[in-house]
Structure formats: structure tokens, C-alpha cells
Design a protein around this ligand. Sequence first.
Ligand SMILES: [Zn+2]
Length: 249
Amino acid sequence: MSGCSCGVSNPVSKDYIGSTAWELRHRTGYASNGTGVHGGRHTHTFNEGFWNQCDDFAEDYNYYTSTYGSKPVDWFGDIGIVACKANSWHACGRAFDLTAVYFTDGGYVDCNRSWRWGLTHKRRYLGLAAQLRREFGTVLTAWYNTAHKNHIHFDNGSAFTVIRTSYRSDTTLVQASCNYLDSAGLSIDGVWGPRTEAAYQNLLRAFHLQCYDPKTSTWAASVFLEKIVQHCYANKSAGYYVGSCGGPT
Ligand SMILES: [Zn+2]
């Protein structure tokens, strides 16, 4: 575990990320179908550098949901930024607990429900996690542990980096990508064994990215994650959009 002591340096007060129109709304409960119920626009204190990264994430995320899924962002749901607790980047305003994203067409990703539902919702949830992972080193999902079954946690305690096979957070994200974009049938157990490695190589080939190494190159990791995001919001299986390595051999 890691984190910071309590207190926010360079604090900024914000009620949106990305466009000023994309307000932050607090989750106050659940509807009968398990999706979050959220209140109106509200304000949080953030560490300024972290908020700037959230802002970049929101702009980039909206680009992909709009371009590939015709779903511009409407608002973001949360259950908090600053919390004075041990071993947490929430203590200094450098962590975000995300509960939902709603789109202008009324569609949504709900972080308590979408990962449990059918393929379209699973892909939306996966695409959200993958785009977060393009900005932040730590992204904790429902696949990571039971504490994150109703929200996605992300923080900037570690910077964006390569795909780490020894990290449960990265391994579960890749396993979910292999399953929901390439029908790999893996158990999402966080253990990078031979079956996961084979499925990962299959996914790289399907993306025509097999000549790059997302495990050692941050550039390749970003391109790999981008392909995941594109397919998730287009709701397509791997291979609909391809990279520059040529066809699988
Ligand atoms: Zn959190």
C-alpha cells in the first residue's frame, strides 16, 4: 500500500472535469436495478495536478466515446475525492472514486452494474477502465477486488506506465479485454499464467500490434489500450480497427 498524509497541497475547487458542462454528481443511493442514483452538480477539492489529469482524461474519454460510439459525455458520478485515511492517495486529493458516466443520448456506464451485465455494458465498463489506465498508473475495478464492485478507483500515486504482468490491476484489465473483445474465455483471476499470455498474444495479433511490446514500451502500452477503448465504444470484437504491424502470420 502507499499513499500520502492528510491535507491537500495546491488545492483547487471544481464541480466538473473536462468541459465545464460535464458536472460531477454525487451518488446518493441505488435504484431498484442496482444502478446508482445521483444528485445535482457538486463541488470537490482536488490537488491541482491531479485535477489537471482528470481534466485530460475526461477530454480524451469524450473523444473516444463520441467518435467510436456516438456517445458524447454528459456528466460524471462519484463518491468522493478527499478522505483522510491511511495508505490512500485520497488523503491528499489525488484519488477519485468514479461511480458512473452518463452520455447525452441517455446511455451510461454504471460502475456497480455495467460489469455484471451483457456484453455491450461490459465493454463500456472495460473501455472506461482502459481509458483511465492510459492516464493513471493505478486503476482499480470490480475485477480487481470486491472493494471496487461499485466504483472504479483511480489515483496518480504512480504515473502512466507499461502493462505490468505482476500487477493484479493490470492483469485483470488485460484478461477482461481478452474475454470481452476476443472471446478468450479466461477466468479473470489476476494471475498472468500461460493461458493469459497466449490470449494476450492473440489479442495483440488481432489488433495488428504484435510487432510492439506494451510490457516494455509506454508508447506501445498506450496504443494497445487505445485499441481496447476504440473497440469497446464501437462495440466490436478485436480486429475491427487495426494497427500498423500488418496481418497476423
Ligand atoms: Zn478510492
